[in-house]
Design a protein around this ligand. Structure first.
Ligand code: CP
Length: 336
């Protein structure tokens, strides 16, 4: 695994890296124009306003109730480019495409892709645009999906860019919360690696649209980035930092647990300094609100005791299952 990851982190060529810097500075919108056609990309949860999120979640609910056209995407092809490991995101996008009558193609493995021969991400995206009607990309570098969107002539969906964003995960997180309670005004604890955890970044941004109260609990050095904290506070979000989850367990409606992102650490020693520093257990949850739910984007390592799995609070496996209807709604949005 280490070999693959170090190969991946070196995989963006200098010209790609320069382009990512330029694109980040240019603050581009997620709509590209190619040959006079408008291309709809989903790069960041910030690309959505609240009305658009609500509409997409309503569409996902209709799909969940089997009210959708099973031939809606017949003849369409989805390319999945995953330059980092994935189970849920890749498989649920491919399952979503199949449920809508479409087909998926992908590179068989990271090493099998011609980026290994020195091809730039930009050229790869230009080429794949000729083979597919939409591209889902996961990449270890923040900004890579935005870069891909600039070179694609078909819609690009960001399936996670380094420590940046993971918008499809956020949409299914919101969908899962909405199955248990109204989103407006919820109190949520974000626990774990809030520095590198892209799911936490995207979710916090989205919840600022719903007047949520945010409680952050993270090991030292893995706090929410200051820039994001400031941005959310300026939008009026109430954010409180805590050292111990027990300080807030009685007041939160949602307990969102994240994995320490080992692959983003510079070395093993700095990872092991913070690894296993928190764990959600049944004993801890005995102090939670009756209706409180525990979410985790998964995979988990040891952040949630498996004994929690059978408690009514545990919603993380339903959460990952919700990836299919939510991603079906996303594919319909960008491909129809
Ligand atoms: N939640 C999530 O992104 O899982 P995968 O890494 O398995 O896709």
């Amino acid at each position: 695994m280490d070999g693959i990851l170090s190969f991946l982190s070196a995989e963006l060529r200098a010209d790609d890296t320069r382009k990512i810097g330029n694109i980040a500075r240019a603050n581009l919108y997620s709509r590209g124009i190619h040959g006079g056609m408008v291309t709809r990309h989903i790069i960041s949860i910030g690309d959505f306003d609240r009305r658009q999120i609500d509409r997409l979640l309503d569409n996902a609910k209709r799909i969940d109730a089997q009210k959708y056209d099973k031939n809606a995407l017949v003849g369409k092809i989805l390319a999945t480019l995953f330059f980092e490991p994935s189970t849920r995101t890749r498989m649920s996008f491919e399952a979503a495409m199949a449920r809508l009558g479409g087909t998926s193609i992908s590179v068989g493995s990271v090493e099998a892709c011609s980026i290994a021969k020195g091809e730039t991400l930009a050229d790869t995206i230009r080429v794949v645009s000729g083979y597919a009607d939409a591209i889902v990309i996961r990449h270890p570098k923040e900004g890579a999906a935005r870069l891909a969107a600039q070179f694609a002539s078909v819609p690009v969906i960001n399936a996670g860019d380094g420590a940046g964003q993971h918008p499809s995960q956020t949409l299914l997180d919101l969908y899962t919360i909405r199955q248990s309670m109204k989103l407006d005004g919820i109190s949520i604890a974000l626990i774990g690696d809030l520095r590198y955890g892209r799911t936490a970044h995207s979710l916090a941004s989205a919840l600022s649209l719903y007047h949520a109260k945010l409680h952050t609990i993270s090991p030292k050095g893995l706090e929410l980035p200051t820039s994001l904290n400031t941005e959310l506070s300026e939008k009026g979000m109430e954010i409180t930092e805590h050292e111990d989850f027990r300080d807030v367990i009685k007041e939160v409606d949602v307990i969102y647990v994240t994995r320490i992102q080992r692959e983003r650490f510079p070395d093993s020693a700095s990872y092991f300094n913070v690894a296993s520093s928190y764990r959600i257990t049944p004993e801890l949850l005995a102090g939670a609100k009756k209706h409180a739910i525990v979410l985790h984007p998964l995979p988990r390592v040891d952040e949630i005791d498996p004994r929690v799995d059978i408690l009514p609070h545990a919603k993380y496996f339903e959460q990952s299952k919700n990836g299919v209807p939510v991603r079906m709604a996303m594919l319909l949005q960008v491909m129809q």
